[in-house]
Ligand binder design. Sequence first.
Ligand code: CDP
Ligand code: MG
Length: 763
Amino acid sequence: FTSNVDPFRNPDSEFSLNAKRGSRLVNENRHMEARKSKAAEIADNSETAIAAVVGQPNGVEQVASGRIGDSANSAPREPPPSFEQIQESRRGLPAYQVKSELLQIVRDNQVIVIIGETGSGKTTQVPQFLFENGFCKDGKMIGCTQPRRVAAMSVATRVAQEMNVELGEKVGYSIRFEDRTSRGTRVKFMTDGLLLRETLVDPLLDKYSCIIMDEAHERTLSTDILFGIFKDLLSRRRDLKLIITSATMDANRFSNFFGAAPQFTIPGRTFPVEVVYSRSPVSDYVESAITQASKIHLATPITSGDVLIFMTGKEDIEATCSGLRSRLSEVQLRRTKENMNDHAESIEILPIYSALPADIQGKIFHKTLGKRKVVVATNIAETSLTVDGIRYVIDCGYSKLKVYSPQIGLDSLRMAPISLASANQRSGRAGRTGPGIAYRLYTEDTAYDDMYTQAIPEIQRTNLSNTLLLLKSLGVRDPLKFPFIDPPNEVTALFSLFELWAMGALDNLGNLTQLGTEMANFPLQPALSKMLLIASQNKCSEEVLTIVSMLSVPQVFHRPKAREEESDQARSRFFVPESDHLTLLNVYSQWKANQYSAKWCKRHFLQFKSLQRARDIRMQLCRSMERQGLYVESSGTDWSIVRKCICSAYAQQAAKIAGLSKYVHLKNGLELRLHPTSALHGAGDLPPYIVYHELLLTTKEYVNIVTAVDPLWLMEYEPLFYNFTRRSENDGDLDISDHKGDELDLCLKSWAIKRANLLQNMT
Ligand code: CDP
Ligand code: MG
């Protein structure tokens, strides 16, 4: 993660200079002085201001369940805009003003790069312009890709509303495992990953007259691969238009990649945003964000504007929402006691992250009368979604990143500082409807020293096995020669190819094997596809289908605040002591036995929505298996065969016990711990060998979703990799047939260790 990012660290680049010089003001503005003092006031006197209102301990307990601004609140919402009002606001968008020029440049060119401020109407308007101007005659579709599922769904909903049609008919969306399109769909929003998979079945993308690759600056893995695919595809489909939209400075790179494609800038309006840095490093950004948001809310009139807080993920978003709620309850309680009128509780706090159900996500676009809106979001609100009326931004300065270390061959989720480009983008959200203020919960030095100018594209920081498998099945012989806009790290690519080979997806010449071909047919990560295929051979695919589906949905166990103990107990009743995978299977089977009941879920602290989704995914995967002629059978009550299939799929992710509660990774010697929620804790002694689903990197390395395995199985599936050693000198020659699995000591074969060391030396 360090070696391949240096090119981005150019302290002399425009962004860094801006960050340093313009740190106080993103845009110079004559009227700034007056507001500056206001901002400084909110930021600087805050400690005293807040201490004065919430510093008293009395009454805190009584408001623990305060539900300020909860969704259950009954305050009247502004009525939804009428069709006429929507058309009126459409006409006011910057994109609308340049409609005919834009259409002309699209007619004249095959590839166009559109640049425009967030909120100028790129996503919602451009597809409609094309639709209205004959791009769907002959029954072809306009496809619009989004880097995120949430954005695809939300934007499709909005466009359907603007076009006055039912979602799923003329306008629809398609994301993995969820298709809201029909035969009549002409404008289709989808994730970039989904379009990439469509190229597998329809290499010429014949159904489309135009593809809009929205938010291309996000540089997701799928976007980058699609770029490479389009390079060739566009010459074979001269009638296909490609529109790339970008909010930042990457436009030139995109243009150059497609042979000097013309750029079209939508003139935007933005207002100046004052940037306020934290004076000293912040130790707890959730706490700090809560304090800052309460200060803003208490010190300014509600009408002065809404607040947008950037956090890294579900956990800190939820913590911020509930923390802010109780903080303001305390204030309200105190002020009521002192007979002071106050607007502390006139607030609506709304989380937004991708795992959130769609109906709750939609709430961020509604306005409740007489209340200030506080949206707490992941970086989805950076450019993908525009919430109108934001005047204050609070930025924690971090985001969650999936990072791959080729040295140890592991993918992990890490918290990393955002880039300066992201920081500026986040701040900019405060200046859409008027001048705004952005509070950065980090110091100016941090911004200068720790942040890269631009984010590192995903292709240069993640495991590529999934992508390489896809490229192989698209017929790309040498994936290292693929036309990447930014090539992946070569060591990572080699390691990922090696991983595919080790899994049996590639043969010694690097060609797809039968197994590899079949694996690529599932929209799943390689280990899960393999698990399904092995299960089908072993007549337990009914069970493994359930497990794979349960692994494809957000958390199924519900752990509400203040009822942790109770919910932990409920969870432990589902435990299958040797496996978290089987625990998930158990949950699903019992839910099924209870007629898929929502009430039953509630009673057992399970997330009904997640289970429902798992059921839906299961149905789709099942159909996909049947289409491929694979058997779907049940092993009945024999779950050890299921465990064996799990073992075969994760044989590269195995660990053996090393001490009381520790494991070591068999391949790289990394010290691992079981996640505290694992069912294996309930079994007394920990099992000597395990395989795991994912690795989480927090302060320690945790393995999440684990299954106990017999080392003989590992030997059986990976004889090339694993070896038994003698426990002591007196053991004599080792005869495996004399031993039970847990008496044996399994280790990596020396050639595999050498290979790992070699790769380590190369990086
Ligand atoms: O893509 P870009 O950032 O240029 O803008 P957009 O997403 O097309 O948004 C244009 C306008 O539509 C903004 O004023 C949004 O607030 C509004 N919009 C909305 O009200 N509801 C949505 N679900 C999406 C957009
Ligand atoms: Mg957009």
